[in-house]
Every structure is written in C-alpha cells, then in structure tokens.
Design a protein around this ligand. Structure first.
Ligand code: PGA
Length: 252
C-alpha cells in the first residue's frame, strides 16, 4: 500500500472568539504553509465559521473537517448539522468520538452511526479513541480494544482505508502531559494487533493511525520520528499559526 502524506489536523474546538479572528488565523497559517506540500493539512473550525473559512481554505490548499455531525440527512434535530450541509463548503473529514463529546454522553453506538453516515457521504471519519487514565495492570488496553471493536464491526472492510484512528489518551488532552514515544509505539502496536485479531491481518495496513494529546512544536518531531504514526490531531497548538506551522514542518 502506497504511503500517504502525513495528516495534520487542527481541531479548533469552540475557538476563536469571532469570525474575524477565524479568518485571520487561516490567513496566517495559509501564508506560512504556502510552500509546503509534504503533508495534508486539515483545519476543523466551528461550523458557524465554515462559510468564511472555506473561501480561504481552497486558496491556501488547506482541507476542512467538522468536529461532529448528525447521522441523518435532514429533519427535526434541534441544534444539529448534517453532512449535506457541510459538504457544500468542501468538508472532507469529520472528527468523531472526541473525548470531550464522549464525556457529554456520546456512546460507541452513536459514533458508529455517524461513521457510517460519514462514509456514505464520501468523507473520511477521524475517530478518536483513548483511555481516561492508565492503571498499573494495563486494564486500559481492554477499553481501547472495546472501542476499536465497536468502531469497525459494521464497517465493510473495503472502507477501512477511509478510516483514520486518532489515539488520544484523555489524560494528555489540553494538560501539557504528552504520551512518551514508548507509550505511543506500544499503543500503535496494540491497535494494529487488535485490528488483526478481530478483522484479519489484511485489515491492518489500510487504517491510518494518528496521535493527539498536547502535541506541541517541541515534542512533534520526536513523536513523528517514532515512525509509527501517520500524523497528528492538534488542539490548543492549532490556534497559534506559528506553532501549528512548526508541528506541520516537524513531519517533513
Ligand atoms: P490538545 O487537544 O492538543 O489541546 O491536547 C487535542 C485534542 O483534543 O484533539
């Protein structure tokens, strides 16, 4: 299977404070990134900024993601957005199962429905998995195994290549604590073993695995040089164009 370019996603979460700041952030990043073509750079702004941001994204060769989606195409779902609504703005990726959403009640079953809808719309789901904490006995591996099993069970194997798994240990999100390279390597091997166990060896290679959790300019290079990850999901540091640019450049 041909090696794909690194995938670096900036999850803006509920930031920045207004559309003017969102536009400035894209322009700043776009200008810094103008000459790079080694990576696929994706930004996930709040949906309310999509119309403005999408005009610039094209110009700067940035791809777009949303941070969540509803699985239905249309209907009485107050406060929700559908895939056709965001496809209009060129969205190609959907972040699903982020721990901040799981924490407010999103279940594996909800996430599975959204993955299926995303694939049907020819978008790529970026599915977050990760443990809240690590216990000395290694029980957290069981939770990761369960999450992986639930994600892939209803997905046709031919579509595994469209799934991006983001390993994000919850204890490392927004805390400044990053998993060590050893933690990431160990988990990446475990994820691949789990996919092989339930879905066969041939299913391992097509699934891209990225890392998220306090990725910063000063740890990105070391993490990426572990050679086991295909990119990063970046929260806080993606709100600073200079920092995000450094992280992208660390994957050269
Ligand atoms: P962080 O967030 O980079 O601020 O830790 C990562 C994420 O939540 O995806």
């Amino acid at each position: 299977m041909k090696k794909q370019p690194p995938l670096i996603i900036g999850n803006w979460k509920m930031n920045p404070r207004d559309s003017k700041s969102a536009v400035s952030l894209v322009k700043e990043l776009g200008t810094l990134q103008k000459k790079q073509n080694h990576a696929t750079v994706v930004i996930a702004p709040p949906i309310i900024y999509l119309a403005e941001v999408s005009k610039l994204a094209k110009k700067y060769n940035l791809s777009l993601a949303v941070q969540n989606i509803h699985k239905s195409l249309l209907g009485a779902f107050t406060g929700e957005h559908s895939l056709p609504m965001v496809l209009e703005y060129g969205v190609k990726y959907v972040i699903l199962g982020h721990s901040e959403r799981r924490a407010s009640g999103e279940s594996d079953a909800d996430i599975t429905g959204k993955i299926e809808a995303t694939l049907k719309a020819k978008c790529q789901p970026i599915v977050c998995i990760g443990e809240k904490e690590r216990d000395g006995q290694g029980n957290f591996f069981l939770l990761i195994e369960e999450q992986i099993k639930n994600i892939f069970t209803n997905i046709p194997k031919a579509r595994f290549k469209d799934i991006i798994l983001a390993y994000e240990p919850i204890w490392a999100i927004g805390t400044g604590a990053t998993a060590t390279v050893e933690d990431v390597v160990e988990m990446q091997i475990f994820i691949q073993k789990t996919i092989a166990k339930y879905f066969g060896r041939a299913s391992v290679a097509p699934v891209r695995i990225i890392y998220g959790g306090s990725v910063k300019p000063d740890n990105a290079k070391e993490l990426f040089e572990s050679k086991v990850i295909d990119g990063f999901l970046v929260g806080g540091a993606s709100l600073n164009a200079g920092d995000f640019n450094s992280i992208i450049n660390a994957t050269k």
